[in-house]
Ligand binder design. Sequence first.
Ligand SMILES: Cc1cc2nc3c(=O)[nH]c(=O)nc-3n(C[C@H](O)[C@H](O)[C@H](O)COP(=O)(O)OP(=O)(O)OC[C@H]3O[C@@H](n4cnc5c(N)ncnc54)[C@H](O)[C@@H]3O)c2cc1C
Length: 370
Amino acid sequence: MNHHFDAIVAGAGIVGAACAASLARAGMHVALVDRGGVGSETTSVGMGHIVVLDDSEAQFALTRYSQRLWQELAPTLAAEAEYEPLGTVWVAADDEELAEAERKSAYYNERGVPATVLSPSNLAEHEPNLRAGLAGGMFVPQDAIVNPPAVAMHLVTQALAHGAELLLGCKINALRRGEAVLDKGVRLTAPLLVNATCGWATDLNPGLPIRKRKGHLVLTERYPDLVRHQVAELGYLKSTQAAESDSVVFNVQPRPNGQILIGASRQYDNEDTGVDKRIVEALLKRAAQYIPALATKKMATTRVGFRAATPDKLPLIGPVPDDETLWLATGHEGLGITTSLGTAALIAAALTGHKLEIPIEPYLPARFDN
Ligand SMILES: Cc1cc2nc3c(=O)[nH]c(=O)nc-3n(C[C@H](O)[C@H](O)[C@H](O)COP(=O)(O)OP(=O)(O)OC[C@H]3O[C@@H](n4cnc5c(N)ncnc54)[C@H](O)[C@@H]3O)c2cc1C
């Protein structure tokens, strides 16, 4: 086996897969290493909502840039990637949330993202199974849905086609100073290391500002046409920002086979991989408050995963100050499917001296080194 590479990417989730593909396309000899399979951890849990968000200018820039990259990638994806530009219907339950829909819609339009405010009757036309009495909402037509592990596999295939090597079932025990140490003392070396191990990044590089944030999603049996778009409550934004407490929000996605994904919950400091029935009940109750028919539907399965959260809700993309070989591609919290492509493109451009399409500064790990 080859032991020296131009770049070693740790983690073959969608972020690591995207980084491996971008670096290999740029001409580097890449090793992509994972202790499990391709896209087998958080990427297999994530909802696959490709969404533009505007909690901050930097979040907007990365999600919008990434959405453009998804639009470019889409024609190359196979059917199993299930890319569908269904659009997002954001639901406003009251006047305060409707005012937020108006603000958000204006913000998006000013920056070239189509978005329209929905009256209560427009909302009902878009999603006839929402309950009556809602204040309205906002429609963002260019948001999309995908099947994340299938896309991760597509990106790995692209990387392999450009000469990358894939090492699965290989746990990395140390990643620093140009070296990845695997089990049985196997050592790989490279002048560039990329830590794309999501919430496990701190196992390899202790001290990073990342906390695991547990999430549950419920998948229903097949109910075609009950939901037509990605549909989420505007209260979502308040709740995902809620500091420490457990939270559930209404956020549903119709899968192409007719099943519906119901999300999502957020919990810090809970590394139990099991399903928490109390959380699942809260999720289903919240969903039924918006789509009453969901209360009578059969649930097929529940998924649990761990997001990688940072204190300022922006990912860590770029070099680590005290190790010139080590770059990070982690901390994407609930947006890592969306922003995987932007993350990889920024890293590849920064390393190859190409023009960066958006500034990388807001995401640099060095912002936490004061
Ligand atoms: C409930 C839920 C819903 C979500 N919904 C969305 C959504 O709709 N849209 C969106 O954009 N994002 C969403 N996300 C977030 C998204 O899923 C993640 O941000 C994304 O999957 C992160 O990808 P990743 O490649 O960084 O992580 P992962 O897929 O977890 O990949 C990390 C990889 O690193 C490997 N690894 C870890 N440690 C080691 C080691 N020591 N040695 C070797 N390999 C190692 C793991 O095996 C794993 O394969 C959601 C997340 C959750 C939990």
